[in-house]
Design a protein around this ligand. Structure first.
Ligand code: FES
Length: 320
């Protein structure tokens, strides 16, 4: 992982719900953070000792560079990441990467429809801040199990552009794709983030209603399939155009696994096909795309995720 870590200090910590903690990070030297665009996330080195890294969206206003705000849901099946974040207290130190973004606000749309499920509200909250500041037309739909499971209600409740949808609320406030997403509009971009099942529902409903795939922007917190499912498949070889190195990829290995094992300085972060950090260009061969981030246009342009995708041809040549 080619991260330049930034040292930060927890300046404020509050329990937004029983399972969501909100952390405000500042720089120890009081310098400003790097600029970030709404929708961006950072890698967080949750545990220095074992190198545990997790990705969290920045959810504060992008114009405020004095602090970065993260909100973390305590996952019931946590492998240490979210629970480690919940243990942080004011004054604790934390190292994070510079922000990265593959979930930015469309520059082409005139209207922006933000659809959040649960903790998926975090990148969309930053987008709402940015859209509000720029005077853009937007609507934020925040779906949660109940009021008690909803973070940031103090910020959102009185905003006329925000619609709250609680699973345990009256029928007329439930989220409905027909009413809340509606018919396709060439000037509107849809942004979806939340649990996999929720995202699949919103995306498939929008596609079924006739929205083009390019109008739907999405960010997943977890891969669609089991994280190791992409390693299944036949063996193939990769050739690196810049160094001439050639390596065999066996079933059960990812391209990234093999490159790192051979000391290749390949970019990566999540290793789950969801962050986009490992994208490289394919120069020859036929890829078998298994990520959930590249658009059709990016795939046609030769983009390829080394952590999750494989090859349909015996050899792939990569721009590495
Ligand atoms: S490392 Fe995140 S998509 Fe490959």
């Amino acid at each position: 992982m080619n991260n330049e870590w930034l040292d930060t200090v927890v300046d404020a910590r509050r329990d937004a719900t029983a399972r969501i903690v909100v952390l405000d990070l500042v720089r120890p030297d009081a310098v400003e953070f790097p600029e970030f665009e709404a929708g961006a996330h950072v890698d967080v080195l949750v545990d220095d000792a074992d190198g545990l890294v997790r990705q969290y969206s920045l959810c504060g206003p992008p114009h405020d560079r004095t602090r970065y705000r993260l909100a973390v849901l305590a996952e019931t099946a946590s492998r240490g990441g979210s629970l480690g974040m919940h243990r942080l207290r004011k004054g604790d130190r934390l190292r994070i990467s510079r922000p990265r973004n593959r979930f930015g606000i469309s520059g082409e749309a005139r209207r922006h429809l933000l659809v959040a499920g649960g903790i998926g509200v975090t990148p969309l909250l930053a987008m709402a801040h940015a859209l509000e500041a720029s005077g853009a037309e937007y609507e934020l739909h925040y779906c949660a199990r109940s009021r008690g499971d909803s973070a940031f209600l103090d910020e959102l409740e009185h905003n006329p552009r925000v619609r709250l949808h609680f699973d345990d609320g009256p029928d007329d406030q439930r989220f409905g794709s027909a009413t809340d997403v509606g018919r396709p509009d060439p000037h509107t971009a849809i942004y979806v983030c939340g649990p996999g099942g929720f995202m699949d529902f919103v995306i498939s409903s929008a596609l079924a209603a006739g929205w083009p795939a390019e109008a739907i922007h999405k960010e997943r917190f977890a891969p669609v399939e089991d994280a190791d499912a992409h390693k299944a498949g036949g063996a193939f070889r990769v050739r690196l155009a810049r160094t001439g190195g050639e390596y065999g990829i066996e079933e059960g290995q990812s391209v990234l696994d093999v490159l790192l094992a051979h000391g290749v300085d390949a970019p990566y972060s999540c290793q789950q096909g969801i962050c986009g950090e490992c994208i490289v260009r394919v120069l020859a061969g036929e890829p078998d795309h298994r990520d959930d981030i590249l658009t059709d246009r990016e795939r046609a342009d030769g983009m390829f995720t080394t952590c999750s995708s494989r090859a349909l041809s015996p050899i792939l040549e990569l721009d590495l």
